[in-house]
Each structure stands twice: as C-alpha cells, then as structure tokens.
Design a binder for this molecule. Structure first.
Ligand SMILES: [Zn+2]
Length: 221
C-alpha cells in the first residue's frame, strides 16, 4: 500500500479518525482495478483446499490417547530414538514429498512467520525417547535440554505406507494442519533420516534437512 502517496507518508493526527475508512477504500480500488500481487496456480489451489479440509478435522489420536488414558501408562521401556531401529522396523519409509505432505512445511515455514520463532529455542536441543505401544502406534518422550526442562509426550499412528495421525502434548501438538516441531523431528528421523544414514544429533538443528526439502520444491520457487 506504500505505493500510494497518501499512505506512504506520515498521516497528520487530524486524519486519524478517517484513516481506517480511507485505507479500506484504497484496498477496494486496488482489488478492483490492479493486478493481483501474486497469482495462484492449480497446485496452490489444491494445497489451499487441503489446508481448509484439514482445518475442519478433529485430532482423533488426541481423543484416543485421552479416552484410553495412554498418557498414564506406567513402567514403559524407553529407548533413545537412534537406538530403537529394531523396535520400529514397521515404521513406513518416507521420501521428501511424503515429509512435505505430512508437515505441510511450505505452509509452516514460508507462510507462518512465527514458526521458527516459536520453536527456535527447541529445535535440536532435546532428546527423543521411543516406546512402541502397539503394532501401529508409537509413543515418544521429548526431553528438553533447556533450563526450563520442559518435557512432552507425543503419539504417532502409522501403517505400512504412511503416517496416519499424531498428537503431542506441547502447545502446538494438537494441530492437524501440519505438525509441531517434535512430531516432525520424530517422523523425519524414523521415516527418512535413518534410511539415509543421517544421525539424530540432539545438538543439531534437524529442521535444516526439512527446510532443504522444502526449498527444493520447484513449484513454490
Ligand atoms: Zn510438540
């Protein structure tokens, strides 16, 4: 909007009561007569439809965890994520496209500016411990290395082909439009990294790999 001389300059106090209405008028004129700032293509519209569809879904795995009280189980056998290859051999092998489809990384990292800020103190600074709960459900425990020592549990449901559901106890963990950083990290390691001899280093920012997948996506430039 700064291209308009009136809006590009400091507006006198006397015009404050009218500035909101003036701005709406300028926006309406721009929308009507100027070219769109960006044009969508078919792929963008499909992604938009997917986001809208997901935004109306419930997190059924969260409901299952609460209903079956899976978060209250005692005496679980935890293993570090990079030592549990034998216990999660049935976790599906994923490629970069699968990761993008699950995490909706383009949406998270390119459109939601708060994403990195929200997680910048958590990425790569925690250990992940794994516990297999049944044939298609694993539970993981995130142990933060920060002073606050925040700990979260998360659940991931899967079949032989794909990841079907997830739920994490962190503040972003119930989202079904993409995943929180903890779930993305767990899926990234189990489904992708260990097949490419990439180690889960708790001091390393694992998300650079995911960002690289996203950057390589040509349709988003
Ligand atoms: Zn989380």
């Amino acid at each position: 909007m700064k291209q308009w001389k009136y809006l590009a300059n400091v507006v006198p106090n006397s015009q404050i009561p009218n500035i909101g209405e003036d701005l709406r008028l300028v926006c309406a004129i721009s929308n009507k007569y100027l070219k769109p700032l960006c044009s969508s293509n078919e792929t963008d519209e499909l992604l938009g439809c997917k986001l809208l569809y997901l935004s109306k879904q419930n997190n059924y795995l969260m409901e299952r965890v609460k209903h079956q009280e899976l978060d209250k189980q005692q005496k679980l056998k935890w293993e570090p994520i990079d030592a549990s290859d034998n216990s999660v051999v049935d976790f599906p092998k994923l490629d970069e496209e699968d990761l993008r489809n699950i995490t909706l990384g383009v949406y998270q990292l390119k459109l939601a500016k708060s994403y990195n800020k929200e997680h910048q103190n958590e990425n790569g600074q925690y250990d992940i411990l794994i516990n297999k709960q049944d044939s298609n459900l694993l539970m993981a425990k995130i142990q933060s290395r920060h002073v606050t020592r925040k700990n979260y549990k998360l659940w991931i449901e899967y079949d032989e082909c794909t990841v079907k559901g997830w739920f994490c106890q962190c503040k972003s963990g119930t989202r079904v439009v993409g995943t929180c950083a903890h779930i993305a990290a767990t899926i990234w390691y189990l489904g992708f990294a260990r097949y490419h001899n990439l180690k889960f280093d708790s001091h390393y920012d694992w998300s650079v790999h995911l960002k690289r997948c996203i950057t390589n996506r040509t349709m988003f430039g």
